[in-house]
Design a protein around this ligand. Sequence first.
Ligand SMILES: NC(=O)c1ccc[n+]([C@@H]2O[C@H](COP(=O)([O-])OP(=O)(O)OC[C@H]3O[C@@H](n4cnc5c(N)ncnc54)[C@H](OP(=O)(O)O)[C@@H]3O)[C@@H](O)[C@H]2O)c1
Length: 250
Amino acid sequence: MTILVTGGTGRLGRHAVDALRARGHEPRILSRRPGADHIVADLGTGEGLAAALDGVDTVLHLATTRSKDIGQTRMLLDAMAGTGAHLVFISIVGVDRAPYAYYRDKVASEEAIAASGVPHTIIRVTQFHGFVSEFLDAQRRLPVTVVVPATVQTIHMPEVAARLAELVDARPAGRVADLGGPELLTLREHAVQWQQAHGIRRPIWSLRLPGRFARAAREGGLTSGLPGGGRVTFREYLAEELGNRATNGA
Ligand SMILES: NC(=O)c1ccc[n+]([C@@H]2O[C@H](COP(=O)([O-])OP(=O)(O)OC[C@H]3O[C@@H](n4cnc5c(N)ncnc54)[C@H](OP(=O)(O)O)[C@@H]3O)[C@@H](O)[C@H]2O)c1
């Protein structure tokens, strides 16, 4: 089976490529930049896309710009029309509950895929552990850690990647069950665990933001409920991540 991974160079995409290789596949990685196993194409302009799709059975579509995703999804759908290839698409849990431009784009992408006639599978996933830890890492040098009051259900990217690889190997299934992490935690609780893992202690300020997105996040609108499917906790992720950084001398 020939598999094309869009976004295969990204944070999740690198794990997805590993998960596909672990299942015996040799995926083609669509990127705007040349590299090992890359096929150069641009989902914004469509340049290189026809060649990237040549002979492809399944496309795992993970590419994102966080601002123009619907345009890129439509570009991909148009290029896939009539090829019979299976499109596996990742979306985000709560995109229809929390109003935000990026999320509206995800809903529009889901709808365009469902209406396209392209055989497809869509899975919504909760926030990645790495997404929240990047947000906290960015505040490392601040005298306080700032969070917003939100309950989230973060998940380990390799577990998401493994599920995506299963879906690539399965038949088109439409929208499948959401995938979430193993725990419901507030961002404050994440910040406490992050500080403990990094051996630092700072005041944690909770900044209550106005608006419907902030309210949806406070009320758990970004969570899929328990059990979520993921098993690796945020604390376990932090221990692994800091161990990797120590090994790599970072
Ligand atoms: N962050 C979260 O917590 C979360 C939760 C649930 C779902 N998701 C979804 O998971 C997916 C992966 O997210 P991520 O954070 O891993 O992404 P990321 O690290 O930001 O990577 C973005 C990828 O998109 C590709 N890309 C962007 N513009 C492109 C273009 N014009 N043509 C071709 N490729 C383009 C980039 O490829 P090149 O730069 O190599 O061209 C890169 O591989 C996204 O769909 C995201 O919405 C994220």
